[in-house]
Design a protein around this ligand. Structure first.
Ligand code: SAH
Length: 366
């Protein structure tokens, strides 16, 4: 299927990712009836119009004015790669020339996109390639929402799941990520179920409390990667200001307040966090709250870590298996296009089985 690439007009503000209130303000000088902003908002986000011409219930004269003053895109496609397993990686150029990645992951029962929330990342996790880049800037709600729109337009597939697991730390760009989430789940916006929008945080504790107190409808994932403060501090500098016991306290607060489960992510790093003793410690730690655990074999990005052997992964998974929470072992996707180059972690194929199943062999590609 041919690419449907929108052309950016950099001098014009993009309407993508603008809330209804923002559109009302933008259109105020044009003397249009009050309902006009809502119509355009729907064309941009719900119907994902690729031209103002398509906006059939908007008067022609106003369509022309919109065309003269606004754009429908702020991202330019810089590169695209397609994996043999159907995973597609997109590299987008922002208006200032900086680049971000998004990944499209088609599955039998759902279509997931993994999107970025920042350019680079300040958190400097030892094993993460984005962490080596440092922080460059926050994305706007428009740039976050547009990644989903453009992937949907390019693939022609309805996106059912969104994970903020691309570049960046979403909870260090909190207001813009929440604003983007609102448009993604708005029935007049992209209409993606809020609980199928997952925000993954490295563990920015004050924002976990805020997320809980605000009753945000999105799903929450926490990157844990170590069962003890000592080990976590070695691989994740964030554990210094936000120690593990405080993080678990905030996680418990969230599960009590929201009545929802948290997904904990645990990247398996050979000889670092993959011993049976660490599995047992992890099991004990997570037995305290409503959660599920995603075990993720490390994607080698050449920063000095390795994924454990399949045997060791299975042993870890068996050891951590618990009656009180579900364990999922993720299959890596898009390896042949380096979709998981570490700048972007590709959310892997995870079948929603209630428990960790054995044998896993045919499902796991290590
Ligand atoms: N900053 C957020 C979201 C972005 S990273 C967070 O930390 O949760 C999404 C997930 O990919 C995180 O769990 C991150 O630790 C993990 N990750 C980073 N590099 C990886 C790699 N090379 N292999 C596997 N997972 C990786």
């Amino acid at each position: 299927m041919p690419d449907k690439i929108l052309t950016d007009t950099p001098h014009k503000p993009a309407l993508t990712g603008c809330s209804l209130a923002e559109m009302e303000a933008l259109f105020a000088p044009f003397a249009q009836p009050p309902y006009r902003a809502r119509q355009v908002y729907k064309w941009v986000h719900h119907h994902q119009a690729q031209s103002f011409e398509e906006m059939s219930n908007i008067p022609k004269t106003f369509r022309r004015e919109l065309e003269d003053h606004f754009s429908l895109a702020s991202l330019t496609l810089a590169a695209k790669e397609v994996s043999s397993d159907g995973t597609q990686k997109y590299l987008w150029q922002l208006r200032d020339g900086k680049r971000i990645e998004s990944v499209f992951i088609p599955e039998e029962t759902r279509t997931t996109v993994c999107i970025s929330s920042q350019v680079g990342c300040a958190m400097a996790c030892e094993f993460c390639a984005t962490g080596q880049m440092g922080f460059l800037k926050n994305l706007t709600p428009g740039e976050i929402v547009e990644q989903v729109i453009r992937l949907q337009q390019n693939t022609g597939r309805d996106i059912t799941n969104v994970v903020l697991m691309g570049m960046g730390e979403p909870f260090l760009n909190y207001p813009r990520v929440i604003e983007a989430g609102k448009i993604l789940c708005d029935p007049e916006g992209l209409a993606i179920a809020a609980k199928k929008i997952t925000i993954s945080t490295v563990g920015v504790i004050p924002r976990i409390y805020q997320f809980a107190d605000e009753g945000q409808p999105f799903s929450l994932a926490i990157s844990l990667h170590a069962p003890t403060q000592e080990l976590r501090r070695q691989i994740m500098p964030v554990a210094e200001p936000f120690p593990l016991d405080e993080l678990m306290k905030s996680a418990r607060y969230y599960t009590h307040k929201s009545r929802k489960r948290i997904t904990f992510e645990y990247v398996l790093l050979e000889g670092v966090n993959d011993s049976p003793a660490e599995a047992r410690a992890l099991k004990k730690l997570l037995s305290q709250l409503r959660c599920k655990l995603n075990l993720i074999p490390y994607n080698d990005t050449g920063v000095g870590f390795r994924a454990p052997s399949e045997e060791r992964i299975l042993k870890f998974a068996a050891e951590v298996e618990s009656a009180s929470f579900a364990v999922m072992l993720r299959k890596n996707r898009g390896n042949d296009i380096a979709a998981a180059c570490g700048q972007l972690y590709v959310k892997a194929k995870e079948r929603e089985k209630p428990r960790f199943m054995k044998p896993l062999h045919p499902e796991i590609q290590l």
